[in-house]
Design a protein around this ligand. Structure first.
Ligand code: FAD
Length: 394
């Protein structure tokens, strides 16, 4: 494994750093993280359009469709700098999830119709995989698409569909045959959310926010030209997509930034000169996380080095997902502990602006929403099964 940066890599890093300093508007990104409804959507799109204008919105795409042509090391540098700047990751559903399926398995018309609008963030996509009876056992899905001449008639219900309330399009796994093994009768359909018969019902999560939804299909007519690849072969396409999804879940750059911020805050002195960072138990937990994060970063670099040498992400993507999400949650737990410590000390001891409500609220929200990280993208238990099967051979 060679993870040293070349002179070109270092020059690239300076360019990326400069871009984030000059172009990244923290207030826009703040809106994208904490804003409500239209504000949140607008914040995300504004930032993504800046990346698009620079030609940097889709580093993983082939150059011919608008990718950057970066080496895996350059992609790593970009991600690291993004984390340092605190800029949000690109919304994955269009750029990282459906687009690779379209450019890998779609036909020429589909590529021409969908890819440019995904790249420019003119279309917002959501992912219609999970159903009330099909999560970890995704192949058990029962939303049906019946072939009826020049269209399919779709009926069924998807659940946990992130940001469906903003979406122009949804990519769906649907059942087109019940006569074969369950993985074989599934197809991959692109559905316009404005089609009559599509409705969206909000699900408010324990953090009090609305990002999840149910999407209901009631006799929805979908043109056959919206089928990706061959009918009944959707499972193959979906599996390819899941590997892409999990590889991006290590979140090393974001965790490093969160950890640095945590240390800063824990150094604030209260009660006549004590700070949380002086507590030996807190220190121990902090050090544990730092070691885990460093190990995670090197594992990610190893995967990057293997991909640079022509490999594909394999079971390592499951490993990165498990350790990445566990580390994120460990940081969120410490943030909450910190908020409680300083919250208790606040009256009379500390000016609210020095350590105030905003941090406590962020810690609470991060902790609550963060519980989901070990569930989405394929639960961590299921990822352990993948590793057991593919790495240990059990
Ligand atoms: C915040 C959030 C956002 C999401 N966004 C989307 C989205 O945009 N689109 C979408 O399609 N889906 C989305 N999901 C759904 C997500 O993919 C599923 O929640 C996940 O796949 C788990 O499925 P489930 O919820 O049905 O749980 P289940 O599959 O019912 O699992 C319940 C529990 O049993 C465990 N378990 C299940 N099978 C096994 C096994 N074989 N071995 C060991 N343990 C097992 C699981 O680990 C889990 O702890 C989202 C979920 C969350 C929480």
């Amino acid at each position: 494994m060679d993870v040293t940066f070349t002179k070109e890599d270092l020059a690239f890093r300076s360019e990326v750093r400069e871009f984030f300093v000059t172009e990244y508007d923290a207030s826009v990104a703040e809106r994208s993280k904490h804003g409500k409804n239209a504000e949140l959507k607008e914040g995300i799109i504004t930032w993504q359009k800046k990346l698009y204008a620079k030609g940097w919105v889709a580093p993983s795409w082939p150059v011919e469709y608008g990718g950057t042509g970066w080496t895996p090391t350059q992609k790593f540098i970009f991600e690291t700098e993004r984390g340092i700047a605190g800029a949000p990751a690109v919304m994955p559903f269009g750029i990282s999830m459906v687009a690779p399926v379209i450019y890998t398995f779609g036909n020429a018309e589909q590529k021409a119709k969908f890819l440019p609008r995904i790249l420019s963030s003119d279309d917002w996509w959501c992912q219609g995989y999970s159903e009330p009876g099909a999560g970890s056992d995704l192949a058990a899905l029962s939303t049906t698409a019946e072939h009826a001449g020049d269209h399919y008639v779709v009926n069924g219900r998807k659940i946990w569909t992130t940001y469906a309330q903003y979406a122009d399009w949804i990519f769906c796994l649907v059942r087109t045959s019940k006569e074969v093994r369950k993985q074989q009768g599934i197809s991959f359909l692109l559905i316009d959310m404005k089609t009559p018969g599509v409705s969206v019902k909000p699900i408010v999560t324990i953090d009090g926010k609305h990002s999840l939804n149910e999407v209901i299909f009631d006799d929805v007519a979908v043109p056959v030209e919206n089928l990706i690849g061959e009918q009944d072969k959707g499972w193959t396409y979906a599996k390819a997509l899941l590997a892409h999804e999990r590889t991006g879940m290590a979140d090393v750059a974001d965790s490093k930034r969160a950890l640095a911020a945590l240390k800063d805050r824990a150094s604030v002195e209260v009660n006549g000169g004590t700070a949380m960072i002086d507590d030996p138990v807190f220190q121990m937990r902090l050090s544990d996380i730092e070691v885990e994060l460093m190990a995670l970063e090197y594992t990610e670099l190893r995967v990057i080095a293997a991909m640079a040498a022509g490999g594909m992400p394999g079971p390592e993507s499951s490993l990165l997902k498990i350790k990445g999400t566990e580390t994120t949650q460990a940081i969120q737990e410490l943030q909450l502990q910190l908020a409680a410590y300083y919250g208790g000390a606040l009256p009379g001891n500390l000016e609210p602006e020095a350590f105030g409500h905003a941090f406590a609220e962020e810690a609470r929200h991060g902790y609550m929403y963060g519980r989901a990280a070990t569930i989405y993208g394929g639960s961590n238990e299921v990822q352990r099964n993948v590793i057991a099967k593919m790495v240990l051979g059990v």
